[in-house]
Design a protein around this ligand. Structure first.
Ligand SMILES: Nc1nc2c(ncn2[C@@H]2O[C@H](COP(=O)(O)OP(=O)(O)OP(=O)(O)O)[C@@H](O)[C@H]2O)c(=O)[nH]1
Ligand SMILES: [Mg+2]
Length: 199
């Protein structure tokens, strides 16, 4: 996919602010510090469009990026950073739930998992939302460069099993670019198949 233009269209802290103009949307979700910003920057071939942080848990709003003026990337705030107070966690849940529950233009969620880690309680919660709202998703194991080739296959299989179904996970690395083309292919298919959920 050739990315000709990307702009931060809106940063929203309240569902009332979500963009009205309808464009297919791919949302990105994952626990705090999983590598979500790095993955988005890699896909868009932008070095620092989305700030990559060494201090996790920074993003507290939903960012809407307009790509090639034809679809949007939606950066959902990372979840599960232990030092975030409960009130902030609750606000996070409300905002994400509001987005997922009735965003008609959402065509797929790219759900980012760290290849080295087990599913957390909040990962499970997101998974339950995706299933109960029937939202198509693409599960991605990122930071694949941090484990050996043999270990990659094993971890991919373990996570697939933990998801309890035939999920075809994408191995990804923001460092080497592994999985970038595969992920674009899956996202392109999602964009062209669904013009949004009919609800
Ligand atoms: N080796 C390696 N490091 C990565 C990869 N992706 C991200 N990182 C590193 O992991 C750290 C967190 O990356 P971010 O992209 O900021 O993660 P995030 O999920 O956006 O984090 P928050 O927005 O703070 O929740 C940074 O130090 C990145 O350089 C990857 O594929 N490989
Ligand atoms: Mg980030």
């Amino acid at each position: 996919m050739k990315v000709n233009s990307v702009e931060l269209e809106k940063r929203c802290r309240d569902p009332k602010e979500f963009p009205r103009f309808r464009l297919p949307e791919i949302a990105f979700a994952g626990r705090s510090n999983v590598g979500k910003s790095s993955l988005i920057n890699t896909l868009l071939t932008r070095k620092r469009l989305v700030a990559v942080s060494s201090t996790p848990g920074k993003t507290r709003a939903i960012d809407f990026f307009r790509v090639n003026d034809t679809f949007r990337f939606v950066d959902l705030p990372g979840y599960g950073y232990a030092k975030v107070p409960k009130t902030v966690q609750d606000a996070w849940k409300k905002l994400i739930d509001a987005y997922l529950v009735d965003r008609e233009t959402l065509v797929s969620v790219v759900w980012i998992l760290d290849i080295r880690r087990e599913l957390s309680e909040l990962d499970r919660m997101l998974y339950d939302w995706l299933c109960s709202y029937s939202i198509p998703y693409i599960a991605v194991c990122t930071k694949a460069d941090k484990v050996s080739l043999g270990e990659r296959a094993k971890r991919k299989e373990a996570l697939r099993k933990a998801l309890d179904q035939d999920a075809d996970l994408v191995l990804f690395s923001a460092k080497t670019g592994l999985g970038k083309d595969v992920l674009w292919k899956r996202m392109r298919a999602a964009i062209s198949h669904g013009e949004g959920r009919k609800s």
